[in-house]
Design a protein around this ligand. Structure first.
Ligand code: GLN
Length: 289
């Protein structure tokens, strides 16, 4: 069968179901190990039998509702390819913005530091911790997750991408408390979707719920972190979180209760939605002296 015909067959099915009709091309160039522009030159060539079989299997999984990232086993984050599977959340574009903002804040507040201790709690695929370690060599990065299966993926990503990150298994801050270490920067993208919130079925039916749902109002894990985190922070520290777009008021309440008189900021993502929380824990006190 010619590539053009094979792609068309699935594009038609997807268009009928009003779904993303670019997915067949994306899957094919992934399987054939080609760049998009090379695909265009191959349209009238016969498709290799074994690739066709794999492609049909993958397309059927997609038609059954699986995310294309799990089918490919990859997602790009900050220009790098990360391995993903059902044990980890698929890295989101919004989270690249969190990483970008953390890098800016490092320049703002830690420019004079020779080494910076950073931890990432609930690292999942390792997208945040590995990217930060690769982008900012001054960072010493420790990452944790409660899920052993997620850590298998994160460790593979660190190895494949040659990133120096140390991983620990455990519940929230516990592994860090056990280490008896203090951090300059605390990062987390905890599960923050309220338990009863209706979310897209492609997310709900495929991605790990342990990485998605954050209790009744979505803030369960933030409150737990806020309560315990001071014991693992250095005297001056930056805390950086991803958060849900509809959580500003609740988040302000939770931050102000746990960190009275400490400055903080909620930053919007590129879509204009509240998405990132930064807490400046005694940061300015020393910058001015
Ligand atoms: N941003 C993810 C979603 O909306 C949720 C990630 C999280 O809970 N940390 O699907």
């Amino acid at each position: 069968m010619k590539l053009r015909e094979l792609l068309r067959e699935y594009e038609n099915q997807l268009e009928e179901g009003q779904r993303d009709a670019y997915v067949p091309k994306v899957l094919f160039y992934h399987l054939a190990n080609k760049e998009p522009h090379e695909l265009y030159l191959m349209m009238d060539e016969e498709v290799d039998q074994s690739i066709e079989e794999e492609f049909r299997k993958g397309m059927n999984r997609f038609l059954d509702g699986e995310p294309i990232q799990y089918i490919k086993g990859k997602e790009t984050f900050f220009t790098r390819d990360f391995t993903v599977n059902e044990s980890v959340l698929i890295p989101r574009y919004e989270t690249e913005e969190l990483v970008e903002n953390i890098l800016y804040k490092i320049d703002d507040y830690f420019d004079q530091y020779k080494e910076i201790e950073l931890c990432d709690v609930g690292t999942g695929s390792g997208a945040i911790s590995i990217t930060l370690a690769l982008e900012e060599p001054k960072l010493n990065v420790i990452a944790t997750d409660i899920s052993e299966d997620a850590l298998v993926v994160a460790k593979k990503n660190a190895l494949d991408l040659n990133a120096d990150v140390t991983f620990y298994q455990g519940d929230l801050l516990q592994p860090l408390i056990d280490l008896d270490k203090k951090f300059d920067i605390f990062v987390s993208n905890p599960p923050y979707i309220p338990a009863m919130q209706d979310i897209e079925s492609v997310v709900k039916d495929n991605e790990p719920h342990v990485a998605l749902f954050g209790g009744e109002d979505g803030l369960y894990f933030y409150r737990k972190i806020f309560n315990d985190v001071k014991s693992i922070l250095k005297e001056r520290a930056l805390l950086a979180f991803e958060m849900g777009f509809d959580q500003r008021e609740l988040m302000e309440e939770a931050v102000e209760a746990a960190f009275p008189h400490i400055p903080y900021e909620i930053i919007k993502d590129i879509n204009g939605k509240d998405r990132m929380l930064f807490i400046y824990y005694h940061l300015d006190d020393q910058r001015n002296t």
